[in-house]
Write a protein that binds this ligand. Structure first.
Ligand code: PLP
Length: 402
C-alpha cells in the first residue's frame, strides 16, 4: 500500500480546522503566498480567446515545442553549454512531482536489473537524508528500494556516498536523487559536493536525478546545475510551482538525455497523455514575460527579507538550534531539548503547537530527522512573526530537558 503524503495530510488538517472556524497560521505549507503573475493570467485569457484548436486539442506527449525550447535554452545558459540541451531533451508534465515519478519509473521499472535478471524488484535508489518524503515514497511506488545516506551537517564527498555500497549491492543501485536547494533543510550543495555526486554516479554507473525546483529561490550564488558535470547521466527536474507561484496550475518538467526522455514519454503517453494544453501556454507566457520574471525576482527578494525576520525571531527562543537556509523557504530547526514529558516526539510537538497555538508546522520525522521541525516562511511577514511568537510562548510552557 502506498502511504499518502504526510505533508498533504497536514494541509488537509489545516483546511478542516479552518472550516470549523479556527484561524490557523500554516507554517507547514510549501507554497508561496504570492499568486501567479497577472501578466500570465492576461496572456492566458488572450490565448483562450484566440487559440482555437491549439488549446482544445491534445498537445504532443512531450508538450508544446516552444515551451520545451525555451526551457532548454534557459538551461543551456545555466550550464554554460551552447546547444547541448534541445527541445527534444525536455518533457513537460503536470507538476514537477509527476516528472520526478516518471523519471524514477523509467529508470527502475524495467523488469530487469543491470545484468538482465528479470523481475528484479530490489533495485535501489540512493537518497540523501534528510529528504522530502516524496522521493522515497515514489521509489517504493515504482517498485524499488530507497537507500538512505545520512548527510545532516556532513560534507558530501565520495567517501560518505560510498558508505552506501557497504549496505547495498552496488550492481543493484540504479540512481541517486539530489535536491538543491533542499526541502527541508534549505541546504545548497557546493560545486565540490556536486562533483562528488557526479564521481559517485560515474563510478557505479548510476543516473542522477536532480530536483532543482527551488533553484530560483536562493540566498547565495548557486553553482551550475549538476547536468554541467554529468550531462550524460543527469535528469534535472524543475517546475513552475515555486518560481512563478503557480502550485495549483500543475506544470513541471524534466531535462535529460533523449533516451530517458523517450522512456518518460512512453510512460506519460500511457498515463496522463500530456500536461494540460492551456497550462502549458500559461507556462510559456510566464517564461517569456518580463513582468512575470520581475515578479518572480521580487518574490525571491521578499523571501530574503522574511528569512532575516524569521531568523531574528527564532533566535529569541532558547534551546533550539538552526542555520539560516541558503535556498528554498524553510527553516529546519533542532528542537530536541523540548522533546520531554508528554511531548515525546516531534509529531507530539506538532500536535501540541497546533492545539495550543493554532500554528501548523511539519515534524522533521517525515523528512527522516526526528529531532527537527520544519517551518516555512512562505507566509506573510505578519503571520510569520505572529506564529513564531506563539511558538515561543508555547515552547516556554514546556519544561526543557536539562
Ligand atoms: N520537489 C520538491 C523538492 C518539492 O518540495 C516540491 C513541493 O513541495 C515539489 C518538487 C513539487 O513540485 P510540483 O508542485 O511542481 O509538483
Amino acid at each position: 500500500m502506498t502511504n499518502k503524503s504526510p505533508l498533504a495530510a497536514i494541509l488537509n488538517k489545516v483546511k478542516k480546522a479552518e472550516e470549523e472556524g479556527k484561524k490557523v497560521i500554516n507554517l507547514a505549507v510549501g507554497e508561496p503566498d504570492f499568486g501567479a503573475s497577472e501578466s500570465v493570467k492576461f496572456e492566458l485569457s488572450e490565448k483562450l480567446k484566440s487559440g482555437g484548436k491549439a488549446i482544445d486539442a491534445y498537445t504532443e506527449t512531450l508538450g508544446i515545442e516552444p515551451l520545451r525550447r525555451a526551457i532548454a535554452e534557459r538551461f543551456n545558459k545555466e550550464c554554460g553549454s551552447e546547444a547541448r540541451w534541445r527541445s527534444s531533451s525536455v518533457i513537460l508534465t503536470p507538476g514537477a512531482k509527476f516528472a520526478l515519478f516518471a523519471a524514477i519509473y523509467a529508470l527502475v521499472n524495467t523488469n530487469a536489473d543491470k545484468n538482465g535478471v528479470l523481475g528484479n524488484d530490489k533495485l535501489g535508489v540512493v537518497i540523501l537524508n534528510p529528504a522530502w518524503p516524496t522521493f522515497s515514497a515514489q521509489v517504493k511506488l515504482a517498485g524499488a528500494s530507497p537507500v538512505f545516506v545520512d548527510t545532516m551537517n556532513k560534507k558530501i564527498d565520495l567517501k560518505l556516498l560510498e558508505s552506501v555500497v557497504e549496505k547495498y549491492p552496488p550492481e543493484l543501485l540504479k540512481a541517486i536523487i539530489i535536491n538543491s536547494p533542499s526541502n527541508p533543510t534549505g541546504r545548497v550543495l557546493k560545486a565540490g559536493e556536486l562533483e562528488a555526486v557526479s564521481d559517485f554516479a560515474k563510478k557505479y554507473d548510476l543516473w542522477i536525478i536532480s530536483d532543482e525546483i527551488y533553484r530560483r529561490i536562493s540566498y547565495i550564488k548557486l553553482p551550475s546545475p549538476i547536468a554541467r558535470f554529468a550531462p550524460e547521466k543527469a535528469i534535472t527536474i524543475g517546475g513552475f510551482s515555486k518560481e512563478y507561484a503557480m502550485t495549483g496550475w500543475r506544470l513541471g518538467y524534466a531535462i535529460a538525455p533523449e533516451e530517458i526522455i523517450s522512456e518518460m514519454e512512453a510512460y506519460q503517453s500511457q498515463t496522463i497523455t500530456c500536461a494540460s494544453s492551456i497550462v502549458q501556454y500559461a507556462g510559456l507566457a510566464a517564461l517569456e514575460s518580463d513582468e512575470a520574471n520581475k515578479e518572480a525576482e521580487k518574490m525571491a527578494k521578499e523571501f530574503t527579507s522574511r528569512r532575516e525576520i524569521a531568523a531574528a525571531k527564532l533566535s529569541e527562543i532558547p534551546g533550539i538550534s538552526f542555520s539560516k537556509p541558503d535556498g528554498a523557504f524553510y527553516f529546519f530547526i533542532n528542537v530536541r531539548e523540548y522533546l520531554t514529558g508528554e511531548i515525546k516526539t516531534v509529531e507530539n510537538l506538532a500536535d501540541y503547537l497546533f492545539e495550543k497555538s493554532e500554528v501548523a508546522i511539519a515534524p522533521g520525522s517525515v523528512f527522516g530527522a526526528s529531532d527537527y521541525i520544519r517551518l516555512s516562511f512562505a507566509v506573510s511577514r505578519g503571520d510569520l512573526e505572529k506564529a513564531i511568537e506563539k511558538i515561543k510562548i508555547a515552547l516556554g510552557k514546556i519544561k526543557k530537558k536539562d
